[in-house]
Design a protein around this ligand. Structure first.
Ligand code: IMP
Length: 178
C-alpha cells in the first residue's frame, strides 16, 4: 500500500483489508452471541455503510433481517430547523430488536437527529454498530454499542467511504495526508 490520490488530495494507508476483516469477524461473533434466539432487524445507512454492512452481514450466523435506508435532510420550519427523514424504511419497528449499521460516526449529528425518530416507533431494543468513530470530533455523544475502530480526527476514504463521491471502491482505508 502506498500514497494514493483522490481528486486533489493525497491519502496514506491506514487500515488494511486484513485489519478490517478480522475486526468485522470479531464484531459478528459478538452480535451472534448477543442476538442468539432473537431475529434482529439491521438497518444500514446508505451510502457509506454498504460495503461494511454486506461484509458484516455475511459473517452472521443468526436469523437476521436487513434493510437499507438513505437519510435525506431538508429545511423544516424555523423551530424544527434541519429535518432528517429516512427513505426506504418500510418495516414496522414496533417490538423489534433493531441494530443500526453506520460507516463512521464523526460529530454524531446524523444519528443524534435520526435515532429519536426510530425510537418513536417503539422497537424492543436499539443498538448501534459503527465501523469507525472519531471520538475527538464528537459534538453529539452517541452510544456506540459495537465499534470497529476508534480513529483520530482525520478524514478517511475507502471501504465505502468517499471523498466527494470518489474512493468508495478502495479495499483498504486511507487517511488524508496533511
Ligand atoms: P456525523 O453526522 O458528523 O457523525 O457524520 C456522519 C457522516 O459523515 C458519515 O456517515 C459519513 O458519511 C460522513 N463522514 C464523516 N467523516 C468522514 C470521513 O472521514 N470520511 C468520509 N466520510 C465521512
Amino acid at each position: 500500500m502506498s500514497i494514493i490520490r483522490v481528486h486533489d488530495k493525497q491519502f496514506e494507508p491506514y487500515l488494511t483489508a486484513n485489519d478490517i476483516n478480522s475486526r468485522i469477524k470479531a464484531l459478528a461473533q459478538q452480535l451472534d452471541k448477543d442476538y442468539a434466539g432473537k431475529k434482529p432487524l439491521f438497518i444500514a445507512i446508505l451510502n457509506g455503510s454498504f460495503i461494511f454492512a454486506a461484509d458484516l452481514f455475511k459473517e452472521l450466523s443468526i436469523d437476521v433481517e436487513i434493510c437499507f435506508i438513505k437519510l435525506a435532510s431538508y429545511k423544516g420550519t424555523k423551530s424544527s430547523g434541519q429535518v432528517i427523514t429516512a427513505i426506504g424504511l418500510d418495516t414496522d419497528l414496533f417490538g423489534r430488536d433493531v441494530v443500526i449499521i453506520e460507516d463512521i460516526v464523526d460529530t454524531g449529528k446524523t444519528l443524534s437527529e435520526f435515532l429519536p425518530q426510530l425510537k418513536h416507533q417503539q422497537p424492543a431494543s436499539m443498538k448501534i454498530v459503527a465501523l469507525l468513530h472519531k471520538p475527538e470530533a464528537t459534538v453529539f455523544p452517541i452510544p456506540i454499542d459495537y465499534l470497529g475502530f476508534s480513529i483520530p480526527n482525520k478524514f478517511v476514504v475507502g471501504y465505502g467511504l468517499d471523498y466527494d463521491g470518489l474512493g468508495r471502491n478502495i479495499r483498504e482505508i486511507y487517511k488524508l495526508v496533511e
